[in-house]
Design a protein around this ligand. Structure first.
Ligand SMILES: *Cc1c(COP(=O)(O)O)cnc(C)c1O
Length: 384
């Protein structure tokens, strides 16, 4: 038996064997495949890959490297800090900061490092007008087309352009385009989508000539199911990771490949006579002679405590389940009907066998949250 070997035995994964056995393997092939699916669905558009929140938990640096090598055109992040982390990698595509700047210093930093800023409020306009720019600043203007979260209402836009055109910085300013976000693209048949798309198109017709025409609207749900939402830039996030935004459809049904395989190992084995209690709160009772595997994964790794007592896991590829409560660093696997041994592999999530979409439903949430909960202490390792 090749115990101790990673499922991906490639050289890239080798250091996975030298630390606490708890890793998120990131499939570069799957990521490339999903990017190709995005391009096939909206050919001709530039792709701004959403890698905010550590690439939805998949590892921002790791995913940015793979996506850049695959020719992605840009990245979308939540903050300047996230943009700076990617900037440090020296990749060609630049970052668009979705919430824009939080101070005039961030405006200057964005200009200096080539981060593009989304501009969505009066405070940001003020900073742009009052910050000395050493290099050109590229911005998208956010339009509120019905989400009512960030952005200028269409009625505010004439005033916004007046302010931008009136600034001494106007020669250093490149207004790339208008940008908006759909509120219901996870239910594409909802007529609210058409309402937002039509409103955005109207605003583009009216104000687009004040920009360089690089407008941006669709996210994953819209790329998959609302072809007429296509714009110059498209902003896929979830689907790049092989996950479906639709409650009734899995990523595989959409020809996407899951990028994440979260796995750990058996680090100890207990043989318990009938009548033994297991773990914190003695939350599980052995009704018969039982073999229990101790797994190096807990809620401190982002493995939800509600996954205790019965969540599906795979041990050596065979279906098993958790027993008892999830601890901070450990959990229990039922090995009673398995020959599993010390060091054997435990699949916690993903890998095509335990879809994040299903786990999300069982925890009454969405796959977006499941990925982002995986703790930073879990190394993300790029594999073929
Ligand atoms: C996160 C985000 C995206 C990507 O959304 P997905 O549903 O993951 O494709 C696009 N645009 C904005 C403004 C976002 O915040």
């Amino acid at each position: 038996m090749s115990r101790g070997n990673s499922v991906y035995a490639g050289r890239l994964c080798y250091h996975a064997l030298m630390s606490r056995p708890n890793h998120a393997l990131i499939s570069s092939c799957a990521l490339q495949h999903n990017l190709a699916q995005v391009r096939a669905l909206m050919p001709g558009s530039r792709v701004m890959a959403a890698i905010k929140a550590n690439a939805y938990g998949h590892g921002a640096k790791q995913c940015a490297g793979v996506l850049a090598a695959a020719g992605v055109d840009g990245f979308a992040v939540a903050s300047i800090e996230e943009a700076e982390e990617i900037h440090g990698l020296g990749l060609r595509p630049s970052c668009t900061v979705l919430a824009g700047a939080f101070s005039s210093e961030e405006i200057a930093l964005a200009a200096a490092h080539g981060h593009r800023l989304v501009v969505h409020n009066q405070e940001q306009l003020f900073w742009i007008r009052n910050t000395a720019l050493s290099s050109p600043l590229e911005i998208f203007l956010k339009v509120d087309s019905g989400m009512h979260r960030l952005g200028f209402s269409p009625e505010e836009l004439p005033g916004v352009f007046d302010q931008l055109h009136g600034t001494g910085n106007r020669l250093s300013l490149r207004i790339l385009g208008l940008l908006s976000h759909l509120a219901r693209s996870d239910t594409p048949e909802d007529p609210y989508n058409a309402h937002q798309i039509n409103l955005f198109q109207k605003v583009v017709q009216e104000f687009g000539h004040y920009t360089l025409g690089e407008h941006s609207l669709p996210n994953s749900g819209a790329i998959l199911s609302l072809p007429h939402s296509r714009t110059f830039w498209i902003r896929p996030g979830l689907m790049l990771y092989g996950l479906s935004p639709f409650i009734s459809q899995s990523g595989s049904a959409l020809d996407l490949l899951p990028v994440l395989t979260w796995q750990s190992r058996i680090i100890s084995i207990r043989e318990l006579p009938a009548g033994s209690w297991l773990g914190y709160g003695s939350a599980w009772l052995a009704k018969e002679f039982s073999r229990v595997g101790i797994v190096a994964c807990g809620y401190g790794d982002g493995y939800d405590r509600r996954m205790g007592n019965g969540a599906p896991i795979l041990v050596n590829g065979q279906p098993s389940r958790t027993l008892g409560r999830i601890s901070m660093d450990l959990c229990f696997a039922d090995l009673t009907h398995s020959g599993a041994q010390y060091g054997d592999t435990v699949l916690l999530m993903g890998g095509g066998k335990l879809p994040l979409e299903k786990i999300a439903i069982s925890l009454d949430t969405i796959p977006y949250e499941i990925g982002t909960r995986i703790a930073t202490r879990v190394p993300r390792i790029v594999c073929p």
